[in-house]
Design a protein around this ligand. Structure first.
Ligand code: HAM
Length: 480
């Protein structure tokens, strides 16, 4: 009661003071300068709770790449703007609408890389990798940037794990890349299917292009505005449009696979033969055209089994809507038709970027989408290793000793501490919460005796050990 009284008396006092102050100074409203900052739209923080997912994906990708003989390359996030205008293609969505592009203080036109293939091919040319034994097999992972319309599974900064094989046009390279990409999902226990197509070479594409334009012209009134505009400039892109009306028109469109010349046909069927030999689950999908202009011959995308059904079942306006409702729009589920990975062959890219003619093929896996699928399928990554030892101290001289012991234990066992805390009870509570096996306690007496108390947290037993020997002792007990 008395404490309540004193609180309310205090409050009254401070209230009256505040009222007086209020009369003098107006209440400060949060201004732009003091308001808390928020993420930019389409950006995402990766929080510690998701760290086990990221660790698993980065390590799985790196392990597989190493197993398949792909060496690591890292290229800058900032690249010349023209690299992607020429490489990815002026008339692609990425270049037309989605690049984070600006002029730097030196007057250079730069972009945050929207993808990595053009960068890797630039590096291949720039560092004379043509002189190395071919194919040059390269692996990289990191952030990409596209100013796209954000939605679940589509971000403005996202992460890819990618492989590129340069300098070899043999179809076995395509099959190897597809199997490597597929192996990534197998390792994670995610059921996926491969959708495969061939875009032929430039010569077969020319004939196909004319046929496609003629077909779409006859259905022009059914197309979305974007497709109407793209019809003459980039007709292949129309096959990729997800607007319901365009989806329907697409079903009757002529197919590239029927127009392949002999060499492209043979190349494609070799890829299929190799995939059959490996028993990989693929289906031929004539509508995989990819959103980047550098592709020729083999192209592929990987879908979760559920989303693959959606990709194939989209036959009418009604079914598009149903599919979206059923699979895409609930929170936590990837939108229908969201590819988990995509890639293919790009034999003309090196030349476009100023190098010698050099065949190439590769793929990129969208890591955010893989994590979304893992969560959907309840695939749980192994937890990060927990600390096994906690160091607790009582007093300043013990704190100094415990800090030194913390360093002695580094690399031997995983150890935690709360050096700024003083009370033993509080520190033991933290140790309990962390679930450590042992707590090492140093108090005033232990500082003088050059000892440490070892508390077995499971058995509740304490014993005393020499300060100099305790690190080795912990290593012996925990690593055996
Ligand atoms: P891409 O199809 O543009 O290909 O991207 C590959 C994967 O990255 C997609 O399948 C998707 O999983 C993920 N992805 C793309 N955009 C986003 C986004 N806005 N938010 C989240 N994830 C996204 C490429 O980037 C090519 N460089 C692949 C390649 C390598 N081709 C040959 N070599």
């Amino acid at each position: 009661m008395s404490s309540k009284k004193s609180i309310s008396a205090k409050t009254k006092k401070s209230e009256s003071k505040t009222t007086k102050e209020k009369a003098k100074t107006p209440v400060a409203k949060p201004t732009k300068a003091t308001a808390a900052f928020q993420l930019l739209r389409g950006m995402k923080d990766i929080l510690p709770v998701d760290a086990p997912y990221w660790k698993l994906l980065y390590e799985t990708a790196a392990k597989l790449a190493d197993h398949f003989g792909y060496e690591t390359i890292e290229t800058p996030i900032l690249e010349p703007r023209d690299l992607f205008i020429r490489g990815v293609g002026k008339q692609t969505d990425i270049v037309e609408k989605e690049m984070y592009s600006f002029t730097d203080t030196g007057g250079e036109n730069v972009v945050l890389r929207p993808e990595g293939t053009a960068s890797v091919v630039r590096a291949y040319i720039e560092h004379g990798m043509l002189n190395l034994p071919q194919p040059v097999k390269l692996f990289y992972q990191g952030p990409m940037f596209r100013h796209d319309r954000p939605q679940h599974g589509r971000y403005r900064q996202f992460h890819q794990a990618c492989c590129e094989a340069l300098g070899d046009e043999h179809p076995v390279i395509d099959a190897e890349l597809i199997s490597l990409c597929y192996a990534f999902f197998q390792e994670l226990g995610l059921p996926v299917v491969i959708h495969l197509n061939s875009l032929g070479c430039q010569a077969c594409r020319e004939n196909y292009r004319t046929e496609l334009i003629n077909y779409y012209r006859s259905k022009r009134s059914l197309l979305c505005q974007n497709c109407k505009e793209r019809l003459n400039r980039n007709p292949l892109r129309l096959l990729d449009c997800k607007e319901p009306g365009c989806e329907m028109v697409k079903d009757g469109a002529p197919q590239m696979l029927d127009k392949l010349d002999e060499a492209c046909h043979a190349h494609f069927f070799k890829v299929i033969e190799y995939l059959d030999d490996m028993g990989l689950p693929y289906s031929i999908n004539p509508f995989i055209v990819r959103g980047l202009d550098y592709y020729n011959r083999t192209v592929f995308e990987i879908f979760s089994e559920k989303n693959a059904e959606n990709v194939e079942s989209v036959k009418s306006v009604e079914s598009v809507e149903n599919v979206k409702k059923a699979a895409g729009e609930e929170p936590g589920n990837l939108p229908a038709q969201a590819a988990l990975a995509g890639g293919g062959r790009y034999d003309g890219l090196a030349e476009i970027l100023g190098g010698r003619p050099t065949p190439g093929a590769g793929f990129a896996i969208g890591l955010e989408r893989v994590i979304a699928l893992m969560k959907e399928k309840s695939v749980v990554p192994p937890p990060l290793p927990a600390p096994k030892v906690f160091i607790a101290q009582l007093g300043e001289s013990a704190r100094r000793k415990s800090l030194a012991l913390y360093h002695k234990l580094r690399g031997k066992v995983k150890v935690a501490a709360s050096f700024s805390k003083d009370g033993l009870k509080q520190q033991l509570e933290i140790a309990n919460r962390l679930g450590v096996r042992y707590t090492l306690i140093i108090g005033q007496k232990e500082v003088l005796d050059e000892t440490v108390i070892i508390r077995d947290m499971e058995a509740g037993i304490q014993e005393v050990a020499a300060y100099n020997k305790v690190a080795a002792e912990m290593e012996r007990r925990l690593n055996n």
